[in-house]
Ligand binder design. Structure first.
Ligand code: PGA
Length: 255
């Protein structure tokens, strides 16, 4: 496996945090750190902060993402946002299938596939989240779960399309809990996802894919996680809300 074949990306997932003034302050603090980074830098922010984020990151190396989008193009879907609405604003990325959407908002593997397709068709890059629950890990079925989630999410997508997909391996038991997967666990599942993609498409496609780890990655454990051969950056919740912490992750992923 050759890390030089793909880009490491550090993506912040702000979740339901930051008002517009707070977002402005955080982004202004992030810009100088991001300038020094050679990894990809993405911030996925609440819809209400997208316009602010796009304006403040113009001419910088920070790309802006949303945290979800709907799968229909338009219509009677009160409260939803379409992929076209995002691209029209200048949004480049969208997180799809985050475990919080799966746990609290009825997201299924099928709706993840529909959203992924809609987002790619609209020209967005997708950060697709997969990961097992604690009971599933304890049952020894992590690989089955992650393979199923990956295969269903990518159903019907061409090789050209999946060049715009980043997969984030996020074990649900590690998200926001302070319990990080060990670097060996993270690498093992990221490598397994790469093999799954290789079987679905081909080895070159799999080798070119950015596969991140996410789940309590922070300024203290990032160096070890990011040094793993199959871990290409991270999807970062808590530590993306503090510029100095996020900066450490950017530095580590740029090594
Ligand atoms: P965390 O969240 O870093 O706060 O664990 C990661 C995520 O949910 O993407």
């Amino acid at each position: 496996m050759n890390k030089a074949l793909r880009q490491a990306i550090i993506a912040g997932n702000w979740k339901m945090n930051k008002t517009r003034p707070e977002a402005k302050a955080l982004i202004e603090a992030l810009v100088p750190y991001a300038e020094k980074a050679s990894c990809g830098v993405v911030i996925c922010v609440p819809y209400t902060n997208l316009e602010t984020a796009i304006a403040l990151t113009q001419g910088t190396n920070i790309k802006v993402g949303a945290e979800n989008c709907h799968f229909e193009k338009s219509g009677a879907f009160t409260g939803e946002i379409s992929a076209d609405m995002l691209t029209e604003m200048g949004v480049e990325y969208v997180i799809i299938g985050h475990s919080e959407r799966r746990q609290y908002f009825g997201e299924t593997d099928i709706t993840v596939n529909k959203r992924t397709k809609a987002a790619l068709e609209a020209g967005l890059k997708v950060i697709l989240c997969v990961g097992e629950m604690l009971e599933e890990r304890e049952q020894g079925i992590t690989e089955e779960i992650v393979a199923l989630q990956t295969k269903i999410a990518l159903m019907g997508l061409t090789k050209e399309q999946i060049a715009n997909v980043v997969i984030a391996y996020e074990p649900v038991w590690a998200i926001g809990t302070g319990k990080t997967a060990t670097s060996a666990q993270a690498n093992e599942v990221c490598a397994f996802i790469r093999q799954t993609v290789a079987k679905l498409y081909d080895q070159a496609t799999a080798d070119a894919m950015t596969i991140q780890y996410g789940g309590s990655m922070n300024e203290n454990n990032a160096a070890e996680l990011l040094a793993q051969p199959d871990v290409d950056g991270g999807l970062i919740g808590g530590a993306s809300l503090v510029a100095e912490k996020f900066a450490v992750l950017l530095e580590e992923a740029s090594k």
